[in-house]
Design a protein around this ligand. Structure first.
Ligand code: GLU
Length: 305
């Protein structure tokens, strides 16, 4: 099962990201499988070249090695355009002028019958007069894929079978950038990824991605592991505001790479004092991974020597 880790270079990886990366790496390596890394620098506004380098360095420092070249989404626009062209030929695309606020409002209307947070279909049958009005008002359309309320199921090794009604989701943003939900599908298929391990904040969008793969005649990943979130001591999602949470910050606070690895390993149910991720492969067992969000507080945890 070819695995991968696909960070967005919008900051240094924090303990939650490193933990997910470690699980992804262990899933692949414990099965003797290839492990790939992809830089998700699709969002030019938020991506920084500096973080591409530091993220790769931090993965390497913990011993999370990878096979083959690192794929960069910023270099793959022609492939995403091919996918859009195919959807267009299949009459699966339409322009959408809705703002987020308009979608929220329409989706909360009493007659809305789609799944929660789903696009209510406002622009699905836009008249050419309405389209002209939007364009004249300076609005630029996003492109949505027409899913016809298809029902689609994916298999997650923690969450089980997840079935969803697919809404018409954005595949090209109004600013012209390709949408994450398009890129990830094309990339995982082109890289031959068979198992996706990532944070469980993406679980709800996964049926969309797998469904889109089938529309593009691509093979979706066979299995998923959506790893429960890491929380800070205040119970909110771990982030910068919680203090020293990146590898660099922890090293500056006196931890070693091995300390950080040991700390993360305990949080995924593996005891020991690893010097490198390879030392964890034999003991790794997905069944030991906590199914609920875990709280990590490096400030009160002594470096685990
Ligand atoms: N790039 C996404 C992130 O850093 C992960 C996407 C994925 O793994 O599919 O949150």
């Amino acid at each position: 099962m070819v695995g991968r880790y696909a960070p967005s270079p919008s900051g240094d990886l924090h303990l939650g990201n490193l933990r997910t990366a470690l699980v992804a790496w262990l899933m692949a390596r414990s099965a003797g499988s290839p492990f790939l890394v992809r830089v998700e620098d699709l969002d030019r506004g938020r991506s920084r070249e500096h973080f591409v380098a530091t993220q790769l360095e931090d993965l390497a420092a913990l011993g999370l090695d990878h096979d083959g070249p690192v794929m960069r989404q910023s270099e793959r626009a022609p492939r995403y355009d091919e996918a859009l062209a195919r959807l267009g030929r299949d009459d699966r695309l339409y322009e959408c002028f809705c703002t987020r606020a308009e979608i929220r409002q329409a989706a909360s209307a009493p007659h809305g019958d789609g799944p929660e947070g789903a696009y209510p279909g406002t622009c699905r049958h836009l008249s050419s007069a309405a389209r002209t009005t939007h364009l004249e008002a300076g609005r630029r359309p996003a492109l949505r894929v027409r899913a016809d309320d298809a029902s689609f199921a994916i298999e997650d090794r923690l969450a089980g079978t997840v079935t969803a009604t697919i809404d018409d989701f954005v595949v090209r943003r109004a600013d012209g950038e390709h949408a994450y939900n398009l890129a990830v599908v094309v990339d995982d298929a082109d890289q031959g990824v068979q198992e996706v391990v990532r944070g469980d904040d993406l679980l709800s969008t996964t049926p969309r991605q797998a469904w889109l793969a089938t529309q593009l005649n691509l093979t979706p990943p066979a299995s998923y592991v959506h790893v429960p979130l890491v929380l800070g001591p205040d119970g909110t999602r771990l982030a910068k505001r919680h203090g020293a949470v990146t590898l660099r910050e922890l090293l500056a606070a006196g931890w070693t790479d091995a300390d950080v690895l040991t700390f993360i390993a305990r949080s995924i149910g593996v005891d020991g004092t690893p010097q490198s991720a390879a030392d964890l492969v034999a003991a790794w067992d997905l069944a030991q991974l906590p199914r609920d969000p875990v709280t990590l507080d490096p400030a009160t945890a002594l470096p685990p020597r």
